[in-house]
Ligand binder design. Structure first.
Ligand code: N1C
Length: 256
């Protein structure tokens, strides 16, 4: 009988722990702090508090971009002019490259982009917890906590862009400059001609080239780009980018 009681107690403890982890931010909070502490000069507790106030206790379909204004203010950084990299539908290509070569600086290289990359979170009305499961999907409702964060952080990243800006777009899809992407709907609109001199599009083609630099969507990009920003487009094979990743002696400027 004693053994049965011990086993029941152990099972109860395990179930309660598992439930509370699924419900609250245990895993989320530790991932957040681990990643945050790799950055110098920020107060991670302050950043966490600013993060939480954006969505905790709120309807997860009613978190607007502006809810993240205090978080953005807590995560300011000095933009590295001429090295900023934007992307759309090329996340893996870009991050494989930036992980191996110190040529470019993406949103994921900033504190906030780094800390929240790959995570899902939301709150619930009447609750002070952070949930990491059963949160609304990207397109389920527009004002969900994750989508609003990326919209707001992307706007802030583009706002401070300066000098020559690079954008890696996907040349293996029909519409490399997709109107529904964050790059098209937010970032390009926030480039300021007084700071940004050039936009260099790198059109990355995988095995199959589908779009080239004459693509209709890229014509649109040139149309919506602020007057005074010079536009360039280069078609580059993915293999050429990989070659540069694997040859650190090659200067960044010689990659394409
Ligand atoms: O909608 P996208 O691409 O055009 O957004 C990419 C664009 C980049 O230039 C980044 O600066 O917007 C920024 N950005 C991120 O940095 C980022 N990291 C992770 C936007 N989205 C980001 N994610 C996730 O990728 C996000 O959760 C969403 O699901 C995708 C958007 O990728 P996309 O459609 O390829």
């Amino acid at each position: 009988i004693f053994c049965v009681i011990v086993v029941l107690v152990v099972i109860t403890v395990v179930v309660v722990l598992a439930l509370s982890l699924g419900h609250n931010s245990g895993g989320m909070k530790s991932a957040f702090f681990d990643r945050c502490e790799a950055f110098k000069g920020y107060d991670c507790q302050k950043v966490w508090d600013a993060f939480q106030q954006a969505y905790v206790g709120k309807d997860p379909c009613n978190v607007p971009m502006e809810a993240y204004d205090p978080l953005i203010a807590a995560g300011t950084f000095k933009p590295p002019c001429n090295r900023m990299m934007f992307w759309s539908k090329t996340k893996h290509v870009v991050h494989d490259f930036t992980a191996k070569r110190d040529c470019f600086f993406t949103l994921e290289d900033t504190l906030l982009g780094s800390v929240l990359d790959g995570l899902t979170w939301c709150g619930k009305e009447g609750s002070s917890e952070t949930f990491t499961t059963d949160c609304p999907g990207w397109t389920e409702c527009e004002n969900n906590p994750v989508r609003s964060f990326w919209n707001r952080a992307s706007a802030a990243f583009a706002d401070v862009a300066c000098g020559v800006v690079t954008a890696m777009l996907n040349g293996s899809i029909d519409t490399p400059f997709s109107p529904t992407s964050i790059f098209a709907s937010i970032e390009v609109m926030h480039f300021n001609a007084t700071r940004v001199r050039n936009l260099n599009v790198v059109l990355v083609t995988q095995e199959k080239p589908v779009a080239n630099c004459t693509n209709a969507s890229l014509k649109n990009l040139q149309k919506v780009l602020a007057e005074g920003i010079q536009y360039n487009c280069t078609e580059v094979a993915h293999s050429q980018i990989e070659e540069c990743s694997n040859n650190p002696e090659k200067p960044c400027g010689a990659c394409w």
